[in-house]
Design a protein around this ligand. Structure first.
Ligand code: GLN
Ligand code: ZN
Length: 762
């Protein structure tokens, strides 16, 4: 009999009750015991839901108080020394200290979970001796069994993935570390087996990246040790997010099941199975329901895919499952009341995906005839969206086809534009500027609330925004900045603001997903053809420009960032979506230019995030991402200066692509990349305008003049002074007014020192 399985379920709850519980506990509003009981309720609710829907293999230990990698580290007592942990179960104060920092100790680093927007806490191995603090999967298994009679499937992060995602050890120490971890894993698994656990899911997503011979040997050692110690336990070796590399090595490991992603790694995994077959003594976890996408699955297509797999495995060998944990999608579509029917009917969030899994399993066990109604309803919904006006805008499709067939190049090469621009703008050496936003005070947020609620009318709100602009234009002039900004007071979020004004976007009411810890994001949905409707930023920018003699930079979010921070349609490629966005944003760039704005910044902080996991796909992505940026910006006059901004990631390995974007000036986050970025400019000269962020805006601390002076000096050792700008690392919207003004004053002072220094050298 074919079975259904889930790899993990969202923690946050349909109404973000998990987030609320965590934050109430952190702020001292919830006692620890009350907190535990609230969290347990949430956890049991999620299990109950899967049980009621009829999922066969329900995951346990996928739930977390913050992050599953942090949980794994805590389970093995991998606690950085600075948290003064001694022994026993890790207390919540220490656990949350690692995640969020304490008065005495800084938090551990956090980084992106593969190519998702989820962030995990990076384990620090230096100086610790791993031990088992508590068998968390066992506790989770017992709880599900005792409270709900569920025969759960414990989920554990595998040793190879865990090690590869950790830091604080040398590569040459990898085997030493494995030798320490394997016995602990074995102990955990033995206790599970003793308890009567049938299946465990061991997650090894690292298997979709390139592995070397040593890693393959390590896999044999790890899974060989597990098989020898707990032969009775069925291990599902689970991979996701892409197809596995080294298929034949992996499917011959001594485990009972192999879980593969047939959504995001479809072509690679299918062709491996077709080429090499699938071992008859193993179970195939067929991840066919997209754990990361928000769309309904075409049941027809999925059944056809299973038919294909059935040529290589028997029904007894098949488990139908989600492609990865459902952590990456919102909880349910059910509560959405504001979406157009065509869109709502075509969506499937976590709960709806549970239904899909159960349906498909039923269809292959009992025959398609048993789900005819559902099949029909599903195809009907998908067809309705496909045929909707929003997805069939001929005007847009033709225009985008035409402009994407052209080479997006500026009229003059940078070296010549630069001269024309210098002549027009007459900027001093080392021009100073900021990244766009200024502090969003409580006053600003309240004003927006009043306006959204309808208490304030449009005029009242617009006049409030103009007052803020007035204040900040004056402040910027007083501080002595060269290129000013209007401050972005009318925006909450840099993607949402544009999404709300462009056609083709929809916004859910409850479509939250966990980004890190208790922080959730609600990505817009790009469901139709994206189209420019009317100017989005011209009014405020023009107003700001009317108040000063200094140039005011227009401020837009770039096509790739908008795309990477949204859920997108899947009937056309991401490349096509990027070009549609580029075409729409180009019209905004032109509108700004026509309104007399001569400097325009197109932010692309998220370029790096869309980078495919497989090296072989990366160049192609970068190529069209660069092209989309150039499409957005290439039609302006020679004198118009295009700026861009990047942050959040380390960019040192993609400088060539950044240069190819051909922005006249880039401002880029530097202070957190520990000099790596500067170092990369020693190796390649950067030939366009560039401002390396001279101070970190993530901290309320006011940077001293000397700190910035030394940053500037370091940068000038590798960058051309004639092309060098001075700016903070990122936008200032999360900062307070006083600290912002003082920090910027210090920045200007550091600039004056640099200018004086420079004229001496000259
Ligand atoms: N212009 C934006 C701002 O200053 C850029 C934000 C970002 O890089 N994330 O807020
Ligand atoms: Zn930024």
């Amino acid at each position: 009999m074919v079975k259904s399985s889930v790899l993990g379920y969202p923690r946050i709850g349909a109404d973000r009750e998990w987030k609320k519980a965590l934050e109430a506990f952190w702020s001292g509003k919830l006692e620890e015991s009350e907190f535990h009981s609230q969290v347990q309720n949430i956890r049991l609710n999620h299990l109950r839901k899967q049980q009621e829907k009829g999922i066969d293999f329900i995951p346990v230990n996928d739930f977390s108080y913050y992050d599953h990698i942090l949980d794994t580290a805590a389970m093995f007592g991998i606690i950085p020394k600075r948290f003064a942990y001694e022994s026993g179960v890790v207390p919540l104060s220490v656990y949350y200290g690692i995640a969020r920092g304490t008065k005495e100790a800084t938090a551990s680093e956090m980084t992106k979970w593969f190519n998702t927007n989820y962030h995990y806490i990076v384990p620090e191995l230096d100086g610790v001796t791993p031990i088992i603090t508590e068998n968390k999967p066992l506790l989770a298994y017992r709880e599900a069994k005792e409270k709900l009679g569920i025969e759960g499937k414990p989920v554990i992060v595998g040793p190879l993935t865990f090690l590869k995602l950790s830091k604080g050890y040398e590569l040459s120490e990898t085997d030493e570390w494995l030798a320490k971890l394997i016995p602990l894993y074995v102990k955990i698994l033995q206790e599970l087996a003793q308890e009567g656990v049938q299946w465990v899911q061991i997650d090894e997503p690292i298997l979709v990246t390139k592995l070397n011979a040593a890693d393959l040997q390590r896999l044999k050692t790890i899974y060989g040790a597990f098989a020898a110690a707990v032969p009775s336990l069925n291990i599902m070796l689970q991979t996701y997010f892409e197809s596995i590399e080294n298929y034949t090595d992996i499917v011959t490991l001594p485990v009972k099941g192999i879980g593969l992603d047939f959504v995001h790694g479809l072509s690679g995994n299918i062709s491996s199975i077709q080429k090499s077959g699938f071992p008859a003594d193993k179970v195939l976890g067929a991840g066919i329901i997209d754990g990361r996408g928000i769309w309904k699955a075409s049941l027809h297509e999925k059944l056809a895919l299973l038919d294909k797999l059935n040529e290589h495995v028997t029904p007894n060998q098949l488990i139908v499952q989600s492609s990865c944990s459902l952590l990456h999608v919102p909880v349910t579509v059910r509560n959405e009341t504001k979406l157009v029917t065509e869109l709502k009917d075509a969506l499937a969030f976590a709960d709806e995906k549970l239904d899909e899994l159960v349906l498909i399993t039923k269809a292959i066990s009992t025959g398609k005839a048993f789900i005819t109604d559902e099949l029909e309803r599903c195809e009907h919904a998908l067809l309705a969206l496909k045929q909707s006006g929003e997805r069939n805008r001929n005007d847009i499709q033709q225009a985008v086809a035409a402009i994407s067939a052209q080479q997006p190049v500026r009229n003059l090469p940078f070296s010549e534009r630069h001269i024309v621009q210098q002549k027009k703008w007459q900027l001093p050496i080392f021009p100073t500027t900021t990244i766009g936003s200024f502090p969003q005070s409580i006053e600003v947020r309240n004003a927006r609330q009043q306006w959204r609620k309808g208490v304030w009318n449009n005029d009242q709100y617009a006049s409030f925004i103009r007052d803020q602009i007035d204040i900040w234009i004056k402040l910027q002039e007083e501080i002595g900045l060269d290129v000013l900004v209007h401050g972005e007071f009318e925006r909450t979020d840099m993607v949402e603001f544009f999404g709300e004004k462009l056609a083709g976007f929809a916004f859910t009411q409850y479509g939250w997903v966990q980004s890190y810890g208790s922080r959730c994001v609600k990505p817009p949905i790009i469901f139709g053809d994206v189209a420019f409707e009317e100017a989005m930023t011209v009014e405020e920018t023009k107003y700001a420009q009317s108040k000063t003699e200094h140039p005011v930079k227009g401020m837009l979010t770039g096509p790739i960032t908008i795309m990477n921070w949204s859920f997108v349609r899947e009937d056309i490629t991401r490349e096509q979506i990027a070009y549609q966005l580029a075409y729409a944003l180009r019209q905004e760039v032109e509108a700004l230019e026509n309104a007399g704005i001569g400097m325009i910044q197109v932010d692309e902080p998220a370029v790096r995030e869309g980078l495919p996991l497989k090296e072989k796909d990366q160049a192609n992505y970068l190529e069209w991402a660069v092209k989309a940026f150039r499409m957005t910006t290439c039609t302006v006059q020679d004198t118009t200066q295009i700026h861009t901004h990047m942050c959040y990631c380390e960019f040192h390995d993609m400088i060539d692509s950044i240069e190819a974007m051909d922005a006249d000036v880039i401002s880029i986050e530097t202070s957190r990349s520990h000099g790596e970025l500067i170092h990369s400019f020693e190796l390649n000269t950067y030939k366009l305008g560039i401002g390396l962020g001279v101070y970190d805006i993530h901290s309320p601390r006011i940077p001293r003049v000397e700190e910035m002076t030394s940053m500037i000096e370091r940068a000038l050792r590798v960058l051309d002074p004639e092309l060098f700008w001075i700016n903070p690392d990122c936008g200032l919207k999360t900062r307070g007014l006083e600290e912002t003004v003082q920090s910027l004053r210090n920045m200007v002072e550091a600039t004056q020192i640099a200018r004086a220094q420079h004229s001496v050298i000259k």
